[in-house]
Write a new protein. Structure first.
Length: 89
């Protein structure tokens, strides 16, 4: 993993775009860890991801960078902070 990626959080929450699943992304890891939110009723998972990320001080830009790294590889420029002034699959 590139040293610059250490500026990204260790993890963040997202709604994985290809599946619509609520998911945890881990810095430096490809793919995601789906999170079952069925016990929480039917939450608005986008709002849930935003709220949790905000509680942990994770910005929307960091989430986007983490998602790019998880989907396209951590060496992509989309997964670096300079490009923008979580049973695991």
């Amino acid at each position: 993993m590139n040293k610059v990626h250490q500026e990204l959080p260790e993890y963040c929450y997202t709604v994985f775009p290809t599946t619509g699943e609520f998911a945890l992304l881990r810095r430096g890891e490809r793919g995601y860890c789906p999170i079952d939110v069925s016990l929480a009723g039917s939450p608005d998972i986008r709002s849930l991801a935003d709220k949790l990320n905000q509680q942990f001080g994770i910005t929307k830009e960091q989430e986007v960078e983490m998602l790019a790294g998880a989907m396209h590889g951590w060496e992509t420029s989309k997964a670096t902070p300079q490009s923008h002034n979580a049973d695991c699959n």
